[in-house]
Structures are given as C-alpha cells and as structure tokens.
Design a binder for this molecule. Structure first.
Ligand SMILES: [Zn+2]
Ligand SMILES: [Zn+2]
Length: 100
C-alpha cells in the first residue's frame, strides 16, 4: 500500500469546499482551512506533510492525519511480518516432515 504524495488540484479544491472551519492545524499548527481526520477526528490542513487524502464516495474526501498515518503504516508492517512468520513456520514444518 503506497500513499499518494502529490494531490491533484481537484482534490485540494474538494478539501476547500468541504472544509467549514478555519483554525490551527493539529500537525503543523498553521492557521488555515481544516478538515477532521476520519480516524481520530483531529483537525488537519491539506498539506502533504499533515494529512493523506483519499477520494471518497459522493465527491467527498477521506482524510487521515499524519499521526494516524504513522499508526496505520506500523500496523500494516506488523501484518506483513506476521504473514512472513506463518510462511516461515510452514517451511520449517515441511523440513521436519522430510527429515522423518
Ligand atoms: Zn497542517
Ligand atoms: Zn488522525
């Protein structure tokens, strides 16, 4: 899973249209237009370093703040490691059977 780095202009425009609040971003502390993170509800701006935006149903946006992004990415890594572990166990089991 790779996160989009640069957002198309249409996406940033949707962000501005959807954003009803102007305040301080939870990530960069700048006063700008904000949207709530779909995960933790923290208000964040549309800067790439603060949030990840995904196109969502009915022309809306799915917004994830950078803090949640880090958490989610860590979870993904854990899941990958876990599946590798299962594969490794299977291989070890096969070797054992061969030895018997
Ligand atoms: Zn920000
Ligand atoms: Zn969040």
């Amino acid at each position: 899973m790779s996160f989009q780095k640069a957002y198309p202009k249409s996406m940033l425009q949707t962000f501005r249209e959807r954003s009803e609040t102007i305040g301080n971003c939870n990530e960069c502390c700048r006063k700008t237009r904000l949207l709530a993170c779909n995960h933790c509800n923290n208000a964040i701006c549309c800067q790439e370093s603060c949030s990840i935006l995904f196109p969502h149903i009915a022309d809306s946006l799915f917004v994830i703040c950078n803090t949640c992004r880090t958490t989610i990415e860590e979870k993904i890594v854990t899941v990958i490691d876990y599946s590798k572990l299962i594969l490794l166990k299977k291989k070890i089991n096969k070797k054992r059977k061969l030895m018997i």
